[in-house]
Design a protein around this ligand. Structure first.
Ligand SMILES: C[S@@+](CC[C@H](N)C(=O)[O-])C[C@H]1O[C@@H](n2cnc3c(N)ncnc32)[C@H](O)[C@@H]1O
Length: 246
């Protein structure tokens, strides 16, 4: 485990997270999961909701293999993606269009300071996989954008998780964390079992976390992967999408 500062020039810090083993096993097969198929719609929605355009610089936190970063860069919007999984950073870099750059970084320790216009974290890209440190990630995303910049992130709905608790899942009501035992296939089709811990939230909690991170103008919508939209929070969709300003 390394201790170098991150978000500043120098060697990347190495801080372990349980998702790295999942990413190492899944590799490019991650992009076969159905929840990754709605990237273009999600990015179209974010471009409109955040008023994104060429000349703005985006930070993609927990970017995975870079599907949103790539889609933004293809629209002429420069993106820097960070992820704790070296495997995913390598995949994102291999297929990167011009304007998309990537590095390994722990979102819990990011040291950016206003270099970006917008910071996003989608589909549990760090935020939602950090337990007690989810708020730390949000605070560091807020610090990464300039004054007046925007932050957008998705979060699992606690309402939905409890309402549609799957067989074998266990929901820790005190922590708001859902534990799922799941089988992940590798690129070669090899199965391996993993425990996934996902933090789940209510809109009220998300608004309070935004306030604590110094974010204002908070909007919360109920969304489904591939179906982002301006729908009021409900108990019927799996995720909330939060957009706020620094
Ligand atoms: C479900 S994937 C989502 C990836 C991508 N945002 C997407 O929508 O496809 C979660 C990602 O968060 C990354 N991640 C988890 N904890 C992280 C942390 N503390 N810092 C940076 N990345 C993290 C994982 O390595 C993984 O790539």
């Amino acid at each position: 485990v390394g201790s170098a500062a991150v978000g500043v020039p120098g060697p990347a810090a190495v801080t372990d997270h349980w998702f790295e083993a999942v990413a190492d096993h899944a590799g490019p097969a991650y992009l076969r999961y159905s929840f990754t198929k709605g990237t273009e719609q999600e990015v179209d929605f974010l471009v409109e909701a955040l008023g994104l355009g060429p000349g703005q610089r985006v930070l993609d936190v927990g970017c995975g293999p870079g599907r949103h970063s790539h889609a933004l860069a293809r629209r002429g919007i420069p993106v820097h993606g960070v992820d704790i999984s070296q495997r995913f950073v390598d995949l994102a870099t291999e297929n990167a269009p011009p304007g998309a750059t990537f590095e390994r970084m722990d979102a819990r320790r990011m040291g950016f300071d206003g270099q970006f216009d917008v910071a996003i974290s989608l589909c549990q890209g760090g935020f939602g996989l950090a337990g007690d440190e989810d708020g730390e990630i949000l605070a560091r995303m807020a610090s990464a954008v300039r004054a007046g910049g925007r932050v957008a992130f998705s979060a699992f709905s606690a309402y939905f998780a409890v309402r549609f608790l799957e067989d074998g899942d266990s929901f820790d009501a005190g922590a708001g964390v859902n534990l799922e035992r799941t089988t992940v296939l590798s690129d070669e089709g090899e199965p391996a079992d993993f425990d996934l811990w996902t933090s789940c939230f209510t809109p009220r909690e998300l608004r309070l976390m935004c306030a604590q991170a110094g974010l204002t103008d908070v909007e919360v919508w109920s969304v489904t992967p591939g179906r982002y939209g301006h729908r009021a929070p409900s108990v019927d969709e799996p995720e909330f999408l939060v957009v706020a300003s620094r």
